[in-house]
Design a protein around this ligand. Sequence first.
Ligand code: SF4
Length: 269
Amino acid sequence: MARREADPVSFPHRYEDAGDREVVALLSALLAFGQVQTIRASIARVLASLGPSPARTIDTIGEASLGARLEGFVHRVYRGQDVARLLAGAAALRRRSGSLARAIEVFADDEAIEVPPALASRARLVRVLVGLGDALRGPPPHRRGLVHLVPDARRGSACKRLLLFLRWMARPADGVDLGLARLSPSALVIPLDTHVHRIARNLALTDRADASLRTAIEITDALARLDAEDPVRFDFAICHLGVSRQCPSRRDRSLCERCALRDVCRHWR
Ligand code: SF4
């Protein structure tokens, strides 16, 4: 529970209503970029501007009003207007499909969304990434900050934060993830950041050096050999091993002694 409280996923858990949870999950996952304390402060700043029910607020006020509430907001390369566009896109999706959870399910089944051939083996998942990305960014031209805030899977991005949102939404409610969308956990791909990539290489889950969506898929396929139904259930533990700096990525008797992964770590074979 302490690790959950230090993680951005703690924010959606503060709300009872499923609509609030999904909106706060989207916001929290997509702002999860940079230092932990800065991320938490930025999410809290946006939530403070959205009142007690973020879903009701974004459903009832427009992008201009959201932008006014977020005037002066800066998180890395993101500005208040980027977050306002994101939230307006989320509200449009909720109007169209009834909820973000339902929108995810619809995108997963939408044969009309083009998927790059290289990623065809994960077509349902890539359709969700492409559909969500297009809907949340809205029509071009896009600001640089907005393009980074909501990445495009067709351009090879690992889409780490969108995949984190999908993990939270689609994995069963286990005290960390939320279990709101009916997308099979077997379709998910691990959200790949530098920590997960480094530890995945330690564990010989991949040899690939690039932090791309293809590498994320390769790692997920390796994890599927341990649990085909729910390969990304290991993500929270792997990520926090990296964030806590308890993995030195080399033989270190004092740090590695307590590591549960030592038997499968390439530094100890
Ligand atoms: S055994 Fe050591 S190097 Fe290997 S994963 Fe564990 S902490 Fe990291």
